[in-house]
Write a protein that binds this ligand. Sequence first.
Ligand SMILES: *Cc1c(COP(=O)(O)O)cnc(C)c1O
Length: 400
Amino acid sequence: MDFRTSEHFQEDTTLLHTGRTECGLPQTVNPPIQRGSTVVVKSVDELLHSKGVTYGRHGLATHEALKRALCDLEHAEKAFVYPSGLASLTGTMLSLLETGDEMLMADSVYGPTRHFATTACKRLGITTRFFAPAISADDLKAMLSPATKLIVLESPGSLTFDMNDVPAIAAMARKAGVLTMIDNTWSAGVYFKPLDHGVDVSVQAITKYICGHSDVLMGAAMASGKAAELLQRSYDEIGWTISPDDAYQALRGFRTLPTRLIRHQESTLKVAKWLKSRPEVAELLCPALPGSRGHEIWKRDFTGTSGLFGVVLKPAPEKAVAAMLGALKIFGLGYSWGGYESLVIPSDPQLDVREFQPKYAGPLIRLHVGLENPDDLIADLENGFRHLANAAAPEKVAAE
Ligand SMILES: *Cc1c(COP(=O)(O)O)cnc(C)c1O
C-alpha cells in the first residue's frame, strides 16, 4: 500500500499519511534514530514467514547498529540490550537458570546482583552460594555440586576491587559443563575481553563508560554459541526493549570511548600515586597499581585501568570522613560512575552483607576519576584531607 498525498483522499486520511512516503534520506555519518512499534511489510507471506524484524520490539535500525558495535567490542556473536545494567545481569541469570539450579557467585559482586540472587532467585527455587573472590579454580571446582549451573564473576569486584582468576575459572567451568558470566562494566570491554578468556556471557552496565555522560540507563549481555541461544530465548519470551534514542546515545558514546579511557587511565594513575604517598591513606584498592591486591592478575589479563578504585583511609571517625567527602568541590557525592565527571562515595555501609570480606585498616571510600584536570582533582582531595583532619581533631587544628 503506497499512499500519495497527491491522490486526493479526504483530509482526515491525508493528515494521517502525509510525510510517510520514502523521503530519500541523505546518508549521514551516524545511523538514523529509527522509532517504531509497527513494522509494515509488502505481503502476507512476508508477514507470516519473515525471519527478519516484523515488530519494533525485535529492535530497529538504531538497535542493530548498537548491537553490532557491542559485538565488535566484546568479540561476541550476539548482543542483547536491556533497560538497565541491573536488568542485563538479572536477565542473564534468568536466561541461564531454572528452578532447582544452583549458582556460585563471587562474594564481591555488585550489591544489587547479590540481592537478586538472594531474593527473586530464591523465590524461584534457585539457590546461591558465595565464594571468596580470590579463590583458585581448584577450590571453586571443589565447591561444584550436581545442581551447579552457573558461576557469576565480577573482576575487579564492586567497591573492593578484588580480582578473579577468570581464565582458570572459565576453563574449569567449561570442562565441568557449568556456564560462566561476568560483570565486565569496570573494563568497559576495552581493557578486558571475557569471551576471549573462555567466559560464556559478558555483561555490562552501558550506563557507565559506554554512554559516558551520566544521562542514560542501559545494560547489555554479549555471548556466542549456546549461551547466546539461551539469552535469545528469554529475550523473546520476556520482552525487554530500550528506546532507540538511548541506543543512539550509547552508540555516540562508543566514538569517544577509547579516547576517554586513555584520559581516565592517565589521571587515575596520577591521582592514585599521589594518594599512596599521603599519610591519611592506609591502602589503595587499585589493581593497576603495583603492590595492590590483585595486581598480578590485572597485569596478566587486562590491558589498562578505568577510573574507579578504592581508598582505605587510616582509622578515622565516620563524621570526619563525612566532613571530608562533603568538602570536595569537584568529586560529586553520588552513586554510579563511568561518566565524564569525578565522583566519590563511602563504601563501608555496603560491605556488611558479605561473607568473606576482610577487615580493612580504616574506612573505605570509592573514587571515580573523571576527565577533569588531574591536578585540580588532587587539590580537591588535598582540601578534603584538611577537613578530615579538622573534623577528627578540632582542638589541635584550631590551635595551629
Ligand atoms: C552500576 C552498575 C551496575 C548496574 O547498572 P545500572 O544501569 O545502574 O542498573 C551493574 N554492575 C556494576 C559493576 C555497576 O557499577
